[in-house]
Design a protein around this ligand. Structure first.
Ligand SMILES: NC(=O)c1ccc[n+]([C@@H]2O[C@H](COP(=O)([O-])OP(=O)(O)OC[C@H]3O[C@@H](n4cnc5c(N)ncnc54)[C@H](O)[C@@H]3O)[C@@H](O)[C@H]2O)c1
Length: 303
């Protein structure tokens, strides 16, 4: 069946360019009304320009969709409030938040200035908190919401020179781990997308023929599905790029048990190190107390 967003409203941050633009266009083509947020900055977060957000609004209007522009910064608490307010003032609802705005300030850790650390954490990690925080009461009240945070394989696995960026991107996984719990009884689902696409952030890193292939549209299909009523999962990390989609997960190993009435020696730890670090039969968790499998089984049983 066709997946439609008729009657729904989304806020997509950093939607003036690259991946955010593709997400916004895909949602709008499927009937979603969209707040196109983008402060139009340079890749390092400096400067402002209203043109990118306005251009995406124009594109959406050209094919008969509905969108408004917002030029605030996701790193600013009040600006983020105003993004959510813009949706409510214009259309009276908000169903979806895609927190996608991002900048880059790559440096090896010994060269990482405090400002490079703070700016990246502010835009990526605080920029997820601000928009989700302001949208959440609306989602709770209407017992419906969809959240997608733009993470990265840099945070999931590591990429040289990106401690600031990777810390923020891994922090988003921490966020959805909790949002999935806080949103569960209100039908609010939260996911991370770890995309790879040719945008101004990455196009210098790939050969020309790959740039042609790595269109953000490939990622947009997955993000739109995660934003849909039809996607009932929550708390997933999905990797998406041209030609490959898949799931990534933090898993918990089987653990080694011992009698806690005695503290093990350091030598005992050394002896058991292979077993302690084993991931044989490791499982994704649902919160700190149960595996996802246990949670799903209990949920299915309670109907
Ligand atoms: N391109 C990739 O392969 C890739 C890989 C992993 C993760 N990501 C993530 O996906 C997201 C989108 O990246 P992209 O490649 O499309 O980059 P991009 O630079 O093309 O787009 C990012 C947009 O965010 C906007 N922005 C920056 N700071 C902002 C702020 N404070 N408030 C509002 N808007 C702001 C920029 O003006 C820009 O238009 C980013 O979070 C990025 O880290 C991208």
């Amino acid at each position: 069946m066709t997946i439609s967003f008729d009657g729904q409203v989304a806020l997509v941050t950093g939607a003036g360019r690259g991946l955010g633009r593709a997400y916004a266009l895909e949602l709008a083509r499927r009937g979603c009304k969209v707040v196109i947020n983008d402060l139009g900055g340079a890749l390092d977060g400096e400067s402002n320009d209203e043109a990118p957000a306005q251009q995406v609004v124009n594109e959406i209007k050209e094919f008969g969709g509905d969108a408004i522009a917002n030029y605030g910064s996701v790193a600013d608490y009040e600006d983020a409030y105003n993004m959510v307010k813009a949706a409510m003032d214009t259309w009276g609802r908000l169903d979806i938040v895609v927190a996608n705005a991002g900048i880059l300030r790559d440096r090896a850790i010994h060269n990482m200035a405090e400002e490079d650390w703070d700016r990246v954490i502010d835009v990526h990690l605080k920029g997820c908190y601000t928009v989700v925080h302001h949208a959440w009461p609306i989602f709770r009240q209407q017992s419906y919401g969809r959240v997608v945070l733009a993470s990265s394989n840099s945070g999931l696995y590591g990429n040289f020179g990106q401690t600031n960026y990777a810390a923020a991107k891994a922090g988003m996984v921490g966020m959805i781990n909790v949002l999935k719990l806080e949103g569960e009884k209100y039908n609010i689902n939260a996911h991370c997308i770890a995309p790879a696409a040719a945008t101004r952030m990455t196009e210098n890193l790939m050969p020309a023929e790959r740039v042609e292939q790595m269109k953000p549209d490939h990622v947009a299909s997955v993000v739109a599905f995660l934003c849909s009523r039809e996607c009932e999962d929550s708390g997933l990390v999905i990797e998406a790029a041209a030609g490959r989609y898949g799931r990534s997960s933090i898993v918990k190993g089987p653990e080694v048990n011992y009698d806690p009435s005695e503290v093990p020696t350091v030598e005992w730890v050394q002896e058991k190190w292979g077993e302690i670090t084993s991931l044989d039969g490791a499982e994704p968790m649902w919160g700190i107390r149960e595996t996802r499998k246990q949670h799903d089984a209990a949920k299915a049983k309670s109907g």
